[in-house]
Design a protein. Sequence first.
Lengths: 191, 209
Amino acid sequence: MNLAKIFISAFLIDNIVLMRFIALCPFIGMSVDVPKSFGMGLAVTFVMVMATIVTWPLYHFVLVPLNIGFLQILVFILVIATLVQLVEFFLKKQVPSLYGSMGIYLPLITTNCAILAVTFDNITRGFNLVESVVYAVGVAAGFLLSMVLLAGIRERVRTSPIPEFLKGTPMLFAATSLLAVAFMGFAGLVK
Amino acid sequence: MKRLVGIFVRGLVAENPLLMLMIGLCSALAVTTSVENAIGMGLAMTFVIVFAELVISLFRKLIPNSVRIPTFIIVIAAFTTIIDLSMKAYFPELSKSLGVFIPLIVVNCIIMGRVEAFASKEKPLDAVVDALGMGLGYTWVLVGIAAFRELLGNGTLLSAQIMPEAYQPILFFTLPPGGFLVFALFISFNIWLKRVLDRSDRAPVKEAA
């Protein structure tokens, strides 16, 4: 499978939020305005790629040879939680400017199902390490795109007349539904 | 006994994890394309939350406060692994159609939230009742959404033809956008229901005044 294909289908066609319903909590919770959602998107991208780089070799070079593949769920969640902590410490100490912009999002990412889902996907789809990293970047880019799009819509919704029964959260899901319809248009992009 | 019933009922309506607290949404929308999937997912989730709350509650005095979150994660992950492997062995079809969402139970915020807020402080029996309430509260919403989507999108319920032959299935409802729209309507309905209930609660008070 070529890399461009993996990227495009993870980015647009199988968009993690709009088509696969993963990571809805931060999608709804953090998309209050565009800068905030952009910061969250970047932090997710960073952690997702890091998690892929760590979990893929761990599975193939440690868990499989030892024949303890069934511990996958347990090991992956612990690795991701630890990784996020380490990244947080490192950024706080070494790159305070970056920490300032995405530090507050990091603890939230530990329980972001998108990260865990991607690391499982990498294994079940039989990707090699390079493909896995490309896939992680594609998924993260798709998350970033849909977050920023919804944040833009929310800024408009605030000043628009909306039907009484849709006010509040229902409106967000209705808007997301329309966004998902738009994304379905990408379905035939890769054969 | 009355207290236990109160704990149980709370999860079904007033503190329903999906409609009221708006957590654990991912799996709720993804697996509700058919009632069968919804039941499978709901029961798997109920299994994990019941055992996780039970174990945490039994050991609540032994778990040091500073490492409680990692401890909770390990317990939840252990039960998720058990249900994942059991479903792969006994219900391979169902397991395949639920896919990555079974392992993702481990990061489902409902479980983490209840374990942290309830099981780590209360007695084992209360914790199990709370878990059953939350698990079934999650399941009924899932089945409700799934029934709506399967009926309109496929004309069937539990794979049995319900709609008349002439009914043209509205494919939209089984596709992802339909999931979002149906969920928007469910929340909207729930907000309306809550408002009506609140009003009827308040009405006698007004008369008294």
